[in-house]
Ligand binder design. Structure first.
Ligand code: R2B
Ligand code: URA
Length: 260
């Protein structure tokens, strides 16, 4: 039975059965001749939305987010925006945390546990700082206490270049280390204050720092990596987990707008 919250899947001719279109729970939209997105200065009558934005899909990892951030930051610059805050939300593998916990990143560290992002520029290694805004992290933690819905902590986040060997998994196509070595590495990461692992935070932090943007990284942990590598949690549970960083950031935004 469809409930009010169940997205109705509508399919157009050029969509495969794998695609899940965005669901907008507003029957009035379909009846509007034109929809003007006032704040973006765009309208469906004046702009070809599918041509402009139809292929918008961001990938995974440092290269994808770096490209997106270069263009997003230029967009904000050309728009003369000031006092900008950007928050990366997403998923991660936890270390020593119950799955579904949310980690607000203090520092993003590399796979050798160093709080830095290395970029090769003009053939030379350039090391960039990966601290994130401390006040913003504290504000987010405060929001989590107000929400009181899921475990939330501030901790360091390891940003890797790979999901399998790079995150010490045993289930990749290649794995030339033992389970014991894997656990030693993850336990050493825990000792270094690392509480989760993902693939974008380091370049995000470095770019925010260089461009004077307040940045935060808020990721939910899908599993405890000290207990396994495969993500076998049922889909509905994972979907609920993925909403947690959004809920936290939404609470912060509403608070800042004076609506909470
Ligand atoms: C978290 O999840 C993705 C890998 O599954 C990657 O984008 C990340 O940082
Ligand atoms: N994303 C990651 O990068 N690693 C995980 O283990 C889960 C999600």
């Amino acid at each position: 039975m469809a409930s009010a919250n169940t997205p109705k899947k509508r399919r157009t001719d050029n969509q495969s059965s794998e695609e899940t279109p965005i669901y907008v729970p507003n029957p009035h939209l379909e009846k509007m001749k034109e929809d003007v997105l006032y704040h973006f200065a765009l309208g469906t009558g004046t702009h070809d939305f599918p041509a402009l934005f139809g292929d918008v899909k961001h990938g995974m990892g440092i290269p994808s987010i770096a490209i997106m951030l270069h263009e997003l930051i230029k967009l904000l610059y050309h728009s003369k925006c000031s006092n900008v805050t950007i928050i990366r939300i997403g998923t991660s593998g936890g270390i020593g945390l119950e799955p579904g916990s949310v980690v607000i990143t203090k520092q993003s560290v590399d796979a050798t546990f160093k709080p830095q992002f290395e970029q090769v520029i003009l053939g030379k290694s350039v090391i960039r700082n990966t601290d994130l805004d401390e006040e913003l992290a504290k504000d987010l933690l405060e929001c989590s206490k107000e929400l009181d819905q899921f475990n939330t902590i501030i901790g360091n986040t390891m940003c890797t270049l790979d999901f399998y060997e790079g995150q010490a998994r045993l289930d990749g196509a290649i794995c030339l280390y033992t389970e014991e070595e894997k656990l030693q590495y993850l336990q050493a990461a825990y000792k270094a204050g690392i509480r989760n692992i993902e693939m974008e935070s380091s370049v995000f932090a470095a770019m925010c720092n260089l461009c004077g943007i307040r940045g935060a990284v808020v990721c939910v942990t899908l599993l405890n990596r000290l207990e396994g590598d495969q993500i076998t949690t049922p889909h509905d549970v994972l979907s609920e987990y993925q909403k947690r960083p959004q809920k936290l950031v939404e609470h912060l935004i509403m608070k800042q707008l004076g609506k909470k």
